[in-house]
Design a protein around this ligand. Structure first.
Ligand code: FES
Ligand SMILES: [Fe+2]
Length: 433
């Protein structure tokens, strides 16, 4: 009997050590088939009238650093473009337009990395990664000066390869910044997920400023999802509470009177109230704390509590979310056990198709906790995805006072569109051939 107990305990310990320290999440899912069945045909789904442009201006993730080795080239199709991303033998990332200006071969498909150049697989013209000029044509000594391929500005930060996209070809006026502990290697990569989602990019990014959905969609505890969700609806043993404190706009400072007024209205319309630290019910949205932040950034502060029997807080975390440009969100999570970092990127693959990736990093000793937290994050995020995969974009939504951060956020986000930003119609036309 004792042997059995020791055996089980050892197996459990090995599993815990493996799960905690060696296991890395790689959760790649496509939930689109699941939600497609909501409609008799995908054509029945409405996309929404007067959609905002489909490809905003900014830095977008194309690949993760680990996905491309020295001497490799990868083809990435996104933002209505085809990119040939390659890493030179010196480890430097370059991004060229995938199509060769000679006779149009896709250089990312079977092209060869030669030194700092990319060689086309068709007639072996060799293009420099740095400026796109053709350096060599094997069957002539006269290389025409016009033989040049477009170079896309790129950077590799926090284990992600980003490309700069601008519909007016403007130069970047900001750049993703390295995270102190991630870039020095002090914090370990702990896992990733990847989803393809059928919706407009703003549907995904508005998840944060849409504070009112947090208590509604994300309250049932994660382990009561799926077939046990009925239990969460009827028996609230544990629930998750969010406390938003957005700061998207300098004009959104609110005085005490406004807070009280909002609180009264909140009760009047029976919208789920939010509690502050002391447990007082009031609405603290749009409290601006940082007047000097850069324009391409927006911040949000969430207090996340797991409550037992609606009374005892058994787990608390403080999440500082920062949106950086149109397609990058950083979550700095502070818990009683320590801090973690989640990097979320959103890249439009097609006008209404987004690739969303989360990467999580943590101090090595916090790895088991990071794994658990990441599992929860994936499950919570999948609740959003099921909504996004079947909704339409509402350009003129009917909002109540408590939803006003959405409007403020949309004003902030509009800075990433310009005169020539592709509309849904022009982008779709561009994809046809
Ligand atoms: S098509 Fe690329 S070298 Fe000819
Ligand atoms: Fe959400």
């Amino acid at each position: 009997m004792l042997d059995w107990c020791v055996g089980i305990a050892t197996t459990l310990l090995i599993f815990l050590i493996y799960f905690g320290y060696f296991f890395k999440f790689n959760n790649v899912k496509d939930l689109r088939t699941e939600t497609r069945s909501f409609y008799a045909s995908n054509k029945n789904r409405k996309i929404g009238k007067e959609l905002p442009p489909v490809y905003p201006n900014g830095w977008f993730a194309l690949l993760e650093s680990s996905q491309i080795k020295k001497g490799q080239v990868k083809h990435v199709s996104a933002l209505g473009e085809n990119f040939a991303v390659f890493r030179t033998e010196r480890g430097i990332i370059n991004i060229l337009d995938a199509y060769c200006p000679h006779l149009g071969a896709n250089m990312a498909e079977n092209g060869r990395v030669k030194g700092d150049c990319l060689e086309c697989p068709f007639h072996s013209w060799k293009f420099r990664g740095e400026d796109g000029y053709c350096e060599n044509i094997p069957y002539t000594t006269k290389v025409p000066h016009v033989a040049r391929v477009k170079v896309w500005k790129s950077c590799e930060v926090n284990h992600i390869i980003f490309v700069w996209y601008h519909s007016e070809s403007a130069e970047p006026d900001w750049q993703p910044q390295p995270h102190t502990f991630v870039s020095t290697g002090a914090w370990r990569f702990q896992g990733r997920n990847e989803y393809l989602i059928n919706c407009h990019i703003q549907d995904v990014t508005e998840n944060g400023p849409d504070a009112m959905h947090l208590n509604e969609l994300h309250s049932p505890p994660i382990f009561l999802s799926g077939e046990f969700s009925w239990l969460a609806r009827h028996l609230w043993i544990i629930y998750t509470r969010w406390q938003p404190n957005c700061s998207y706009d300098n004009q959104m400072n609110e005085d005490e009177d406004e807070v009280i007024k909002t609180s009264a209205k909140l009760k009047g319309v029976s919208i789920h109230p939010i509690e502050n630290d002391k447990g007082n019910r009031h609405f603290t949205v749009a409290q601006n704390t940082d007047r000097n932040r850069e324009e391409h950034k927006a911040n949000m502060h969430l207090c996340h509590k797991v409550m037992l029997l609606e009374r005892f807080s058994i787990m608390e975390s403080d999440v500082r979310a920062e949106q950086i440009g149109p397609g990058i969100i950083e979550l700095n999570v502070n818990t009683s056990f320590g801090s973690l970092y989640i990097l979320l990127t959103i890249t439009p693959i097609e006008p209404l198709l987004q690739r969303v990736i989360h990467l999580i990093f943590s101090p090595p000793l916090l790895a088991p906790y990071a794994n658990l937290l990441f599992l929860g994050e994936c499950m919570m995020f999948e609740r959003d995805i099921r909504i996004w995969n079947s909704k339409r974009f509402e350009q003129h939504p009917i909002l109540v006072h408590e939803d006003r951060t959405i409007q403020v956020y949309r004003r902030w986000y509009s800075q990433f569109y310009s005169d020539h930003s592709p509309t849904y119609e022009t982008a779709i036309k561009d994809l046809q051939w």
